[in-house]
Ligand binder design. Structure first.
Ligand SMILES: *[C@@H]1O[C@H](CO)[C@@H](O)[C@H](O)[C@H]1NC(C)=O
Ligand SMILES: *[C@@H]1O[C@H](CO)[C@@H](O)[C@H](O)[C@H]1NC(C)=O
Length: 367
């Protein structure tokens, strides 16, 4: 009948409206859930604005591109981590008690150097009852396909050795300071319970046995100031063709504070955290080791010289001796510009129990 049909249409209409209401409710709930989730940090979240007013600086146009870049973007201190080491220092429980953390500056193409260091002085091990651990700090290198390939290499190494911290910054001389500050920030968040750090290049020979013994001999467990290496001074180079060029507009004073050559220096975690704190209020300059000195000075701290650290090359006392004499290397702390190919044999030689070092016992003088 007609009435039945109208009822039937009304029923359908009723059911239809109910379904619509349910649907709208579900959509509303979904949108609410999605928008309340924390957003993953994308590259855009890190982007920071170019400082265009720097173009007004006198002589700005004549600066080399990397210095211009530093003026434009020097205030940008946040960059995404590409490879992280959340558990290197024990993770949330902070269980790993690391005595000496080796923080080695490397760039992606230096695969052979990293590989030999892992087998020699930077091997993660227990020495004299305390732990030595290793972290390579890296940025990116190359463009497009090349960059992808290097990133893949680091990722593969990371999966095998769990020893690479990588940020999305271009690895370049000028960017070393930025890399340093990124490391210190990472350390403050994820690795507070180490005692000492070796901060150095990937082309040095570091006698980590001697370093542990030296550090153990101090009246310092890492909770007091220590910053030691090859102390340097001097002042900024104002010639724009130089690798070390720093314009007056970036660093007005004509002398640098005392600092340790960046080839390698030892510091306590106490001092590392102070440097981190100071760095937040000091503009970056393109020379990373000087910058560390600036941070120390601001905190009224000084670096100390250690005779065992030879970052400007080394001299063997006699021409009758091999330049790579193991007795010499057994007694140093650190020597800069040491080629990978010599590293493996040297490390074996200095640990040879039959090694006789007659008249070259420089242990007392050097260490
Ligand atoms: C931008 O550059 C000007 C000129 O050097 C400087 O005074 C200002 O502090 C800079 N701003 C930022 C955010 O770094
Ligand atoms: C430093 O790194 C930033 C971030 O990747 C990059 O934009 C800049 O060009 C780098 N500077 C140099 C001199 O390579």
């Amino acid at each position: 009948s007609n009435e039945g049909c109208i009822n039937c249409v009304l029923l359908f209409l009723w059911i239809f409206i109910c379904l619509q209401i349910i649907l709208i409710y579900k959509i509303f709930k979904y949108v609410k859930k999605v928008s309340s989730q924390p957003k993953p940090l994308t590259k855009e979240s890190y982007e920071c604005q170019q400082n265009l007013s720097v173009a007004k600086i006198t002589g700005f146009d004549s600066f080399p591109p990397e210095i211009k870049n530093m003026f434009y973007y020097g205030h940008c201190r946040n960059f995404p981590v590409l490879l992280d080491l959340p558990d290197k220092c024990g993770g949330a429980e902070e269980s790993a008690d690391i005595f000496l953390l080796l923080v080695i500056k490397t760039s992606p193409p230096n695969y052979d150097r990293r590989e030999v260091l892992r087998k020699t002085w930077a091997e993660e091990r227990l020495y004299n009852g305390v732990w030595i651990r290793r972290i390579f700090i890296a940025g990116t290198a190359g463009d497009s396909f090349e960059e992808e390939r290097w990133n893949e290499l680091l990722k593969a190494e990371h999966e095998k050795y769990n020893d690479i911290l990588q940020w999305d910054i271009k690895d370049s001389f000028v960017n070393l300071t930025l890399k340093q500050t990124l490391f210190l920030k990472w350390m403050e968040r994820k690795c507070l319970h180490v005692h000492f750090l070796l901060n150095g290049d990937d082309d040095v020979f570091a006698n980590t046995d001697n370093m542990v013994e030296y550090l153990q001999s101090l009246d310092n467990d890492g909770s007091k100031h220590l910053f030691t290496g090859f102390v340097m001074g001097g002042g900024p180079i104002r010639d724009s063709w130089s690798k070390y060029f720093v314009p007056v507009e970036m660093y007005p004073s004509n002398s640098y504070p005392l600092y340790c050559s960046g080839g390698g220096y030892l510091l306590s975690v106490y001092t590392a955290l102070i440097i981190h704190k100071m760095s937040q209020t000091i503009d970056l300059i393109p020379i990373d080791d000087v910058y560390m000195g600036m941070c120390l000075t601001k905190a009224n701290l000084k670096p100390t010289h250690h005779m065992g650290v030879m970052t400007l090359g080394w001299n063997i006392p006699s021409s009758k001796l091999d330049r790579y004499d193991p007795c010499f290397f057994r007694n140093v702390l650190l020597v800069h510009r040491f080629f990978s190919a010599n590293m493996y044999v040297m490390w074996k030689r200095i640990h040879d129990p039959n090694l006789k070092c007659a008249c070259l016992n420089t242990q007392e003088q050097n260490v």
